[in-house]
Design a protein around this ligand. Structure first.
Ligand code: SF4
Length: 739
């Protein structure tokens, strides 16, 4: 049988590398980085080869499952949808729309059928109880970007190719290849920056892979990022280093920022941050002096009580040092499709609104249409009107990924109905009544919807399906439309393709007015996400405007370009990129100023003797990756790393098993003693704990690890964004007898 070569955008992490897959019949015989990919240029990390494991995993679900008498039995798609209809409608009718919640997980960002159609399901459900992994991850950055620049995904990213000074805080791109920053081969690019005389500085409680390759590393006490960034901002004003440059006429609120950070002197915050005042001044002065440079912050800055403030101050620093929207600084990509900051009138918009409704029990404000996912358990447990009685999970595993997972697991058992769309029977979906399996990523075409909006170079890349799916296996976009039809009362027999035709015709009528018929004709026979993609590309900033710009982009052209189409380096976009009401960058949103004032109290709060932080591993991203043999082999990775001083205090030795204890949990885990972490900090990776009965992740269960989130407190969150506090929670370290 002949070997064939296929091009595929890797769906396993945000770097979105182009892969070349070689197949023989239905077998994958090789995976490597696609040298001809215009964006990733042959780069591949160890996870890329595991795509074969995902496709071939015997644990991956291929048939709908219905729980009958306490155990899952295989069912047809029609039976599954009929079961959902039978049980969902009475709940909606008796208890209202908010009685049905929905939770969507991070893998949906890598399947455009899920990402483009999830909104249709959420709208059809008509519930306020929408949850996602965003409040375990990046919601603070989305909030600060929305308030400053007018849209939730207008997030500036480092232009590493031209950068000469990169300050990284709370991020580990050498392991992740970027997050909210799509930068395949970060290592290679950072080394190139240093080779041309540039400087990499890292601030992190752990000497991460990124810190290990940096020119300088400052260890910071977990939870104090906002204080450090405020003190750096104060230094800029204090030392007369503020220069807005080209943005001078496009920024509101400089004086308000100066007044707000005035109390946060380096001397005042130094002890709480664990960084000397002189070093804080140097960090600010170096950034200001850099001809081309920027600050980049990520999950570490987001998963804190002041996550939104810290995320905001990252961009305040970039703006005040003249590095925002400048080559080599923090810039906005110009995405070919789907970016809201390329739509509507350039340079002005409606901005973003938060708190349009609040969670029923705790009163937490809605942000970006979502409520904090750590509040899902209490919404299920607490009786009263609007109590959640049914749940849809879409590629979402909050039992492992959210603080308070064990509590949530108990709450899920009390639901009247739980429906999951997922490729695995995992720690969350084991509680479902019906599981609808997603397809293998290799059985669907793909185009990244979100990540080109965050990429370090502009591009348009499409990958075709590698394998034919089983004829009966519905694509996820149709699954979501069927569920939406059931929720709307259209019945389980509704035709999702016909429903989509109607919705697209309506969308085109709004977009094209009198030209709608011509546009629909130009879209031809395409269906589902491919049709939405063609529409978005053709009406996007590089688009062919349906023939009006014959040299412009359309899907056919992108499909015909092996490895995609390069759209060039990042370009300055202010004021066109802005969608604030004022048409300016809002440097001092009142919500953030008010919360910064609250951070003063943090300075004098006594820091716990030992706190836990998470850890990103190059061989892991999502919890289900622990079921992939290629990634699961090798040394045990779910280990606690503690500093020699803390190990000596607790009387534990390297390699021993230890107990991490607090009021929420007691976890027993092997320990690595290393000065890689600062004193007073223990590092544990997230996404482990695969020892739950009923889950079907057989490889992961062989070395289950422990669940970091069991130690975290589901009541702690950044009140502005609703993001969970994921680091800095107090724990005790205990030796295990005989361990
Ligand atoms: S870096 Fe991410 S996208 Fe690239 S090969 Fe690895 S897992 Fe895939």
């Amino acid at each position: 049988m002949d070997e064939r070569s296929h091009y595929r955008i890797c769906p396993l992490c945000e770097a979105c590398c182009g892969l070349e897959l070689r197949t023989r019949g239905s077998q994958i015989v090789g995976i490597r980085g696609a040298e001809f990919d215009v964006f990733s240029r042959g780069y591949v990390c160890p996870k890329g080869a595991a795509l074969k494991d995902v496709h071939e995993d015997p644990d991956r679900l291929r048939t709908p499952l219905i729980r009958r008498d306490g155990r899952f039995v295989e069912a047809s798609w029609d039976e599954a949808f009929a079961e959902i209809q039978r049980r969902l409608l009475p709940i909606q009718q008796a208890q209202g729309r908010d009685a049905v919640a929905v939770s969507v997980g991070n893998p949906s960002a890598h399947k455009y059928g899920l990402l483009l159609y999830f909104g249709r399901l959420a709208k059809a459900l008509g519930t306020k109880n929408v949850f996602s992994a965003s409040t375990l991850d990046q919601m603070p950055k989305q909030l600060s970007s929305g308030l400053m620049f007018g849209h939730w995904l207008s997030i500036p990213v480092p232009d590493l190719a031209r950068c000469q000074h990169l300050l990284v805080i709370g991020a580990n791109p050498a392991a992740s290849n970027g997050s909210l920053w799509t930068v395949p081969d970060f290592r290679g690019k950072a080394k190139a920056m240093r080779a041309r005389g540039g400087r990499l500085v890292v601030i992190d409680p752990r000497r991460t892979e990124t810190a290990a390759m940096a020119d300088r590393h400052h260890a910071i006490h977990p939870g104090s990022d906002a204080l450090l960034l405020a003190a750096m901002t104060q230094t800029l004003f204090d030392e007369g280093l503020v220069r807005l440059g080209r943005l001078t006429d496009h920024v509101n609120g400089v004086d308000a920022v100066r007044d707000a950070v005035a109390p946060f002197t380096p001397e005042r915050v130094a002890a709480r941050c664990g960084i000397a005042a002189a070093d804080i001044r140097t960090l600010a002065c170096e950034l200001a002096a850099a001809e081309r440079g920027c600050v980049y912050g990520r999950l570490g800055t987001c998963g804190q009580r002041f996550g939104s403030v810290a995320s905001w101050l990252v961009d305040v620093l970039n703006a005040l040092t003249g590095h925002l929207d400048e080559p080599g600084g923090a810039m906005w990509p110009l995405s070919a499709a789907f970016a809201h900051n390329t739509q509507g009138k350039p340079g002005v918009g409606r901005g973003v609104a938060v708190g349009r409704h609040a969670s029923r029990v705790s009163g937490a404000p809605e942000v970006f249409g979502e409520l904090p996912i750590t509040l899902l358990a209490e919404e299920i447990e607490t009786p009263g009107p609007g109590q959640v009685r049914a749940l849809f999970t879409i590629a979402s595993n909050p039992v492992l990924s959210a603080p308070g997972g064990p509590r949530l697991a108990r709450a899920l058992e009390a639901l009247d109905l739980m429906v999951s769309v997922d490729i695995y029977l995992n720690e969350t979906t084991r509680h479902a009544d019906v599981i609808l399996p997603g397809r293998s990523p290799l059985e669907d075409s793909h185009y990244d919807v979100a990540f080109p909006q965050l990429s370090d170079r502009n591009h348009a890349r499409y990958s075709a399906p590698v394998f034919e799916p089983a004829p009966s296996h519905l694509p996820e976009w149709q699954v979501l439309l069927k569920l939406a039809a059931i929720a709307q009362g259209l019945g389980a027999g509704a035709d999702p393709v016909a429903l989509d035709d109607e919705a697209v015709a309506e969308q085109v009528r709004k977009l094209a007015g009198p030209h709608a018929d011509a546009v629909l004709k130009a879209l031809g026979a395409r269906k589902g996400p491919e049709r939405l993609l063609d529409l978005a590309l053709r009406s996007g900033p590089y688009g062919d405007r349906f023939g009006m710009k014959p040299d412009g982009l359309n899907l056919a052209k992108v499909q015909a370009a092996p490895g995609g189409i390069d759209l060039g380096e990042l370009q300055p976009r202010v004021p066109e990129v802005l969608r604030t009401e004022s048409g300016k960058i809002e440097l001092a949103p009142p919500l953030l100023l008010a919360d910064l004032a609250q951070a003063m109290a943090l300075i004098d709060e006594p820091a716990p003797a030992l706190v836990v932080i998470g850890r990103r591993d190059v061989r892991s991203n999502n919890s289900w990756m622990h079921n992939l043999p290629t990634l699961a082999k090798g040394p045990q990775r779910c280990t606690a790393i503690v500093h020699p001083r803390d190990a000596a205090r607790a009387g534990v030795q390297d390699g021993q098993r230890v107990r991490l204890v607090n009021e929420h949990a007691a976890l027993t885990v092997p320990v690595t003693v290393s000065d890689e972490v600062m004193p007073g900090v223990v590092s544990l990776p997230h996404g482990w704990g695969h020892d739950q009965p009923g889950a079907q992740l057989r490889v992961a269960a062989e070395r289950p690890g422990v669940n970091l989130n069991a130690l975290l407190d589901d009541r702690l969150r950044d009140p502005l964004s609703g993001n969970a506090v994921l680091s800095g929670v107090a724990v005790r370290l205990q030796a295990v007898a005989g361990g």
